[in-house]
Design a protein around this ligand. Structure first.
Ligand code: NAD
Length: 251
């Protein structure tokens, strides 16, 4: 039988923000498909659920801490000898509804530190390892709001700024690292249901109404696109955004 182009068996992965939501769904997908998965999150208690997955290592750490992220990559390489797949997923949002002049400097900094600086802190040591080993798959998790402004539904200026930056950083890294056999691509989700979100059924209904598919997605619907970007299926993809949004951006 031929090997699936989406095969990730035996691959070593890091997923940040793995204790909940899309991060957990992606860690589980990789584990279910035979990868070894380092699950990193600030929430040490919540990380315990990742221990129930096969072949996992849990790392309580904060993506805003550059030293901790460097140590995390060292720990993974010490344990498993490589880092084949890096999913920079950890992210936070500013309060929906705030216009820029209502967004306090501390709130702006809180969001951009995780969503943008956190991606740098994750990819800086990960890409150094991938260059040394001669291959790698980097998957940034941006958003459909990295491509258009969310204000029509939920004004969130720091989120929009940071996700737009991640989309363009992904393009830049796609170009920088394609010659090194390292593919860097972005996942850009639309509305997905996770443990804490949407916060109200009213919000869920508004999101569904905004989405041409007429519904919001379940967290595990990220799995197929993730496996594509994590496997040889994406060997000729660099700097792309894979948008999974039920048609919002196509309208
Ligand atoms: N859920 C959606 O509809 C949606 C849509 C578009 C994009 N996204 C993006 O997907 C990613 C995951 O979103 P989610 O909805 O699953 O979020 P979530 O809030 O459900 O989970 C995020 C996880 O990241 C962890 N985390 C937060 N800050 C961290 C830090 N500094 N260091 C390490 N871990 C940290 C949290 O503890 C949590 O476990 C985010 O980047 C988000 O912007 C989500």
């Amino acid at each position: 039988m031929s090997v699936s182009p989406f095969d990730v068996t035996g691959r070593v992965a890091l997923v940040t923000g793995a204790a909940a939501g899309l991060g957990f769904a992606m860690a589980k997908t990789l584990s279910d498909h035979g990868a070894k998965v380092a699950c990193l999150d600030t929430d040490a208690d919540a990380l315990a659920r990742c221990e129930a997955l096969d072949n996992t290592l849990t790392i309580p750490a904060d993506v805003t801490d550059a030293q901790a992220m460097s140590a995390a990559v060292d720990q993974i390489v010490d344990r498993w000898g490589a880092l084949d797949i890096c999913v920079a997923n950890a992210g936070v949002s500013d309060r929906p509804g705030d216009l820029l002049h209502d967004t306090a400097p501390a709130e702006w900094a809180r969001v951009t530190r995780v969503n943008l600086d956190g991606v740098y802190n994750t990819l800086h040591p990960a890409l150094a390892q991938m260059i040394a080993q001669g291959h790698g798959k980097v998957i940034t998790v941006a958003s459909m709001w990295g491509h258009v402004g969310p204000a029509g539904l939920f004004p969130r200026p720091a989120y929009a700024a940071s996700k737009g930056a991640v989309v363009n950083l992904t393009r830049e890294l796609g170009v920088q690292y394609a010659p090194h056999n390292i593919q860097v691509n972005a996942l850009c989700p639309g509305f997905f249901r996770t443990e804490g979100r949407p916060r109200t059924e009213e919000a869920a209904a508004a999101m569904a109404a905004y989405t041409p598919a007429g519904r919001i997605a379940q967290a595990d619907e990220i799995a197929g696109a993730l496996l594509m970007l994590a496997s040889r299926a994406s060997d000729f993809m660099s700097g792309s955004s894979v948008v999974i949004d039920g048609g919002v951006l196509a309208r």
